[in-house]
Write a protein that binds this ligand. Structure first.
Ligand code: AMP
Length: 213
Protein backbone atom coordinates (compact mmCIF):
# COMPACT_ATOMS: atom_id res chain seq x y z
CA UNK A 1 0.00 0.00 0.00
CA UNK A 2 1.01 3.62 -0.53
CA UNK A 3 -0.32 5.81 2.25
CA UNK A 4 0.08 9.54 2.92
CA UNK A 5 -0.06 10.85 6.50
CA UNK A 6 -1.22 14.45 6.27
CA UNK A 7 -1.57 16.93 9.11
CA UNK A 8 -0.07 19.98 10.82
CA UNK A 9 3.34 20.02 12.52
CA UNK A 10 3.22 18.30 15.90
CA UNK A 11 0.11 16.24 15.21
CA UNK A 12 2.03 12.97 15.43
CA UNK A 13 2.81 12.05 11.83
CA UNK A 14 6.38 11.01 12.74
CA UNK A 15 5.41 8.87 15.74
CA UNK A 16 2.53 7.26 13.89
CA UNK A 17 4.47 6.89 10.64
CA UNK A 18 7.31 4.98 12.33
CA UNK A 19 4.82 2.67 14.10
CA UNK A 20 2.77 2.01 11.01
CA UNK A 21 5.78 1.35 8.81
CA UNK A 22 7.36 -0.98 11.39
CA UNK A 23 4.16 -2.94 11.93
CA UNK A 24 3.58 -3.45 8.22
CA UNK A 25 7.24 -3.66 7.09
CA UNK A 26 6.70 -0.61 4.90
CA UNK A 27 9.15 2.16 4.10
CA UNK A 28 8.70 5.25 6.28
CA UNK A 29 9.43 8.10 3.89
CA UNK A 30 9.71 11.22 6.04
CA UNK A 31 10.99 14.09 3.91
CA UNK A 32 11.91 16.15 7.01
CA UNK A 33 14.10 13.26 8.27
CA UNK A 34 15.76 12.87 4.87
CA UNK A 35 16.50 16.60 4.76
CA UNK A 36 17.91 16.58 8.30
CA UNK A 37 20.14 13.61 7.39
CA UNK A 38 21.37 15.58 4.36
CA UNK A 39 22.15 18.53 6.61
CA UNK A 40 24.11 16.35 9.02
CA UNK A 41 26.08 14.88 6.12
CA UNK A 42 26.68 18.35 4.65
CA UNK A 43 25.37 17.49 1.17
CA UNK A 44 24.55 20.30 -1.26
CA UNK A 45 20.83 19.50 -0.81
CA UNK A 46 21.26 19.80 2.96
CA UNK A 47 23.03 23.13 2.62
CA UNK A 48 20.40 24.49 0.28
CA UNK A 49 17.53 23.32 2.49
CA UNK A 50 18.97 24.78 5.67
CA UNK A 51 17.73 28.38 5.44
CA UNK A 52 14.18 27.32 4.57
CA UNK A 53 14.01 24.79 7.39
CA UNK A 54 15.44 27.17 9.99
CA UNK A 55 12.83 29.78 9.04
CA UNK A 56 9.98 27.25 9.11
CA UNK A 57 9.43 27.74 5.37
CA UNK A 58 9.00 25.00 2.79
CA UNK A 59 12.00 23.82 0.79
CA UNK A 60 11.33 24.45 -2.95
CA UNK A 61 9.16 21.82 -4.62
CA UNK A 62 11.70 20.83 -7.27
CA UNK A 63 14.32 19.85 -4.66
CA UNK A 64 11.81 17.83 -2.65
CA UNK A 65 10.27 16.10 -5.65
CA UNK A 66 13.69 15.04 -7.00
CA UNK A 67 14.61 13.68 -3.56
CA UNK A 68 11.38 11.68 -3.22
CA UNK A 69 11.65 10.38 -6.77
CA UNK A 70 15.17 9.07 -6.08
CA UNK A 71 14.12 7.33 -2.87
CA UNK A 72 11.01 5.77 -4.41
CA UNK A 73 12.86 4.54 -7.49
CA UNK A 74 15.28 2.66 -5.21
CA UNK A 75 12.55 0.66 -3.45
CA UNK A 76 11.64 -2.90 -4.37
CA UNK A 77 8.47 -3.24 -6.41
CA UNK A 78 5.46 -3.78 -4.18
CA UNK A 79 7.19 -2.35 -1.10
CA UNK A 80 4.56 -0.40 0.87
CA UNK A 81 5.32 3.24 1.66
CA UNK A 82 4.12 5.65 4.35
CA UNK A 83 4.66 9.22 3.17
CA UNK A 84 5.17 11.53 6.15
CA UNK A 85 5.51 15.25 5.51
CA UNK A 86 5.10 14.84 1.77
CA UNK A 87 3.33 16.10 -0.25
CA UNK A 88 3.05 19.53 1.33
CA UNK A 89 1.87 21.58 -1.65
CA UNK A 90 -0.49 20.97 -4.56
CA UNK A 91 2.41 20.90 -7.09
CA UNK A 92 4.11 18.23 -4.92
CA UNK A 93 0.89 16.18 -4.90
CA UNK A 94 0.65 16.46 -8.68
CA UNK A 95 4.28 15.41 -9.03
CA UNK A 96 3.66 12.45 -6.71
CA UNK A 97 0.76 11.30 -8.91
CA UNK A 98 3.08 11.33 -11.93
CA UNK A 99 5.92 9.48 -10.14
CA UNK A 100 3.56 6.83 -8.75
CA UNK A 101 2.12 6.26 -12.17
CA UNK A 102 5.60 5.93 -13.68
CA UNK A 103 6.47 3.31 -11.06
CA UNK A 104 3.15 1.46 -11.42
CA UNK A 105 2.08 2.33 -7.93
CA UNK A 106 -1.34 3.51 -6.77
CA UNK A 107 -2.11 5.98 -4.00
CA UNK A 108 -4.31 3.92 -1.65
CA UNK A 109 -5.07 6.24 1.26
CA UNK A 110 -4.54 9.75 2.54
CA UNK A 111 -4.97 9.80 6.31
CA UNK A 112 -5.44 13.29 7.78
CA UNK A 113 -4.57 13.67 11.46
CA UNK A 114 -6.36 16.61 13.06
CA UNK A 115 -5.75 18.58 16.28
CA UNK A 116 -6.22 22.11 17.59
CA UNK A 117 -3.31 24.57 17.41
CA UNK A 118 -2.94 24.84 21.21
CA UNK A 119 -2.47 21.06 21.45
CA UNK A 120 0.10 21.17 18.63
CA UNK A 121 2.10 23.99 20.24
CA UNK A 122 2.25 22.10 23.56
CA UNK A 123 3.27 18.85 21.89
CA UNK A 124 6.02 20.51 19.90
CA UNK A 125 7.39 22.17 23.06
CA UNK A 126 7.80 18.70 24.62
CA UNK A 127 8.99 16.92 21.52
CA UNK A 128 12.38 15.18 21.53
CA UNK A 129 13.49 13.57 18.29
CA UNK A 130 16.07 10.94 17.47
CA UNK A 131 18.41 12.29 14.80
CA UNK A 132 19.50 8.74 13.87
CA UNK A 133 16.37 6.60 13.54
CA UNK A 134 13.63 9.24 13.38
CA UNK A 135 11.81 8.05 16.52
CA UNK A 136 9.87 10.78 18.29
CA UNK A 137 9.27 11.11 22.03
CA UNK A 138 7.54 13.66 24.21
CA UNK A 139 8.60 14.69 27.70
CA UNK A 140 4.93 15.20 28.68
CA UNK A 141 3.17 12.19 27.20
CA UNK A 142 5.53 9.68 25.61
CA UNK A 143 8.85 9.93 27.42
CA UNK A 144 11.78 7.63 26.68
CA UNK A 145 12.76 5.04 29.33
CA UNK A 146 16.02 6.92 29.93
CA UNK A 147 15.84 10.70 29.77
CA UNK A 148 17.39 12.13 26.60
CA UNK A 149 18.18 8.72 25.06
CA UNK A 150 16.36 7.05 22.17
CA UNK A 151 14.66 3.83 23.32
CA UNK A 152 15.15 2.26 19.95
CA UNK A 153 18.73 2.99 18.92
CA UNK A 154 20.40 4.61 21.97
CA UNK A 155 21.25 7.92 20.24
CA UNK A 156 21.03 11.22 22.14
CA UNK A 157 17.64 12.85 21.56
CA UNK A 158 17.44 16.46 20.36
CA UNK A 159 14.95 19.30 20.58
CA UNK A 160 14.75 20.30 16.92
CA UNK A 161 15.94 23.89 16.33
CA UNK A 162 12.80 24.58 14.24
CA UNK A 163 10.65 23.51 17.21
CA UNK A 164 11.15 26.94 18.88
CA UNK A 165 7.90 28.90 19.47
CA UNK A 166 8.50 31.59 16.80
CA UNK A 167 9.31 29.14 14.03
CA UNK A 168 6.45 26.87 15.07
CA UNK A 169 4.01 29.77 14.60
CA UNK A 170 5.28 30.22 11.05
CA UNK A 171 5.14 26.47 10.35
CA UNK A 172 1.49 26.41 11.43
CA UNK A 173 0.74 29.34 9.08
CA UNK A 174 2.60 27.64 6.24
CA UNK A 175 0.57 24.48 6.87
CA UNK A 176 -2.73 26.37 6.75
CA UNK A 177 -1.80 28.23 3.57
CA UNK A 178 0.11 25.67 1.52
CA UNK A 179 -0.62 22.18 2.82
CA UNK A 180 -4.22 22.23 4.07
CA UNK A 181 -5.52 22.80 0.49
CA UNK A 182 -4.36 19.22 -0.19
CA UNK A 183 -7.36 17.96 1.79
CA UNK A 184 -9.62 19.40 -0.89
CA UNK A 185 -7.25 18.08 -3.59
CA UNK A 186 -7.71 14.50 -2.35
CA UNK A 187 -11.33 14.81 -1.20
CA UNK A 188 -12.52 14.38 -4.75
CA UNK A 189 -11.03 10.89 -5.02
CA UNK A 190 -13.45 8.27 -3.90
CA UNK A 191 -12.47 6.23 -0.85
CA UNK A 192 -9.01 7.79 -0.52
CA UNK A 193 -9.30 10.40 2.23
CA UNK A 194 -9.84 9.52 5.91
CA UNK A 195 -9.85 12.02 8.79
CA UNK A 196 -8.67 10.76 12.20
CA UNK A 197 -8.56 12.69 15.49
CA UNK A 198 -4.89 13.28 16.33
CA UNK A 199 -5.68 13.60 20.05
CA UNK A 200 -5.57 10.59 22.38
CA UNK A 201 -2.91 8.02 23.23
CA UNK A 202 -0.33 6.93 20.67
CA UNK A 203 -2.00 3.49 20.56
CA UNK A 204 -5.52 4.90 20.07
CA UNK A 205 -4.39 7.06 17.17
CA UNK A 206 -2.49 4.16 15.59
CA UNK A 207 -5.62 1.99 15.88
CA UNK A 208 -7.61 4.74 14.18
CA UNK A 209 -5.14 4.94 11.33
CA UNK A 210 -5.09 1.18 10.80
CA UNK A 211 -8.88 1.03 10.86
CA UNK A 212 -8.90 3.65 8.10
CA UNK A 213 -6.57 1.69 5.81
P1 AMP B 1 9.08 18.00 9.23
O1 AMP B 1 10.14 17.15 9.86
O2 AMP B 1 8.15 17.22 8.35
O3 AMP B 1 8.36 18.85 10.24
O4 AMP B 1 9.84 19.02 8.26
C1 AMP B 1 10.79 19.95 8.75
C2 AMP B 1 11.09 20.99 7.68
O5 AMP B 1 11.64 20.36 6.53
C3 AMP B 1 9.87 21.74 7.18
O6 AMP B 1 9.52 22.83 8.00
C4 AMP B 1 10.36 22.19 5.80
O7 AMP B 1 11.26 23.26 5.90
C5 AMP B 1 11.16 20.98 5.34
N1 AMP B 1 10.31 20.00 4.61
C6 AMP B 1 10.03 18.72 4.98
N2 AMP B 1 9.22 18.12 4.09
C7 AMP B 1 9.00 19.04 3.11
C8 AMP B 1 8.22 19.05 1.92
N3 AMP B 1 7.50 17.98 1.52
N4 AMP B 1 8.22 20.18 1.17
C9 AMP B 1 8.93 21.27 1.53
N5 AMP B 1 9.65 21.33 2.65
C10 AMP B 1 9.69 20.24 3.45
Amino acid sequence: MNVILLGPPGVGKGTQGVLLAEGKSWKHMATGDILRANRREGTSLGQEAQRYMDAGELVPDELIVAMVKDTLAGLPEGQGVVFDGFPRTVPQAEALDAVLEELNRALDRVVVLEADDDVLVKRIAGRRSCPDCGSVFNVFMNSPAQEGICDKCGAALVHRPDDNPETVKNRLNVYAEQTEPLIRFYEGREGVLAKIPGEGSVEEIQDGIRAAL
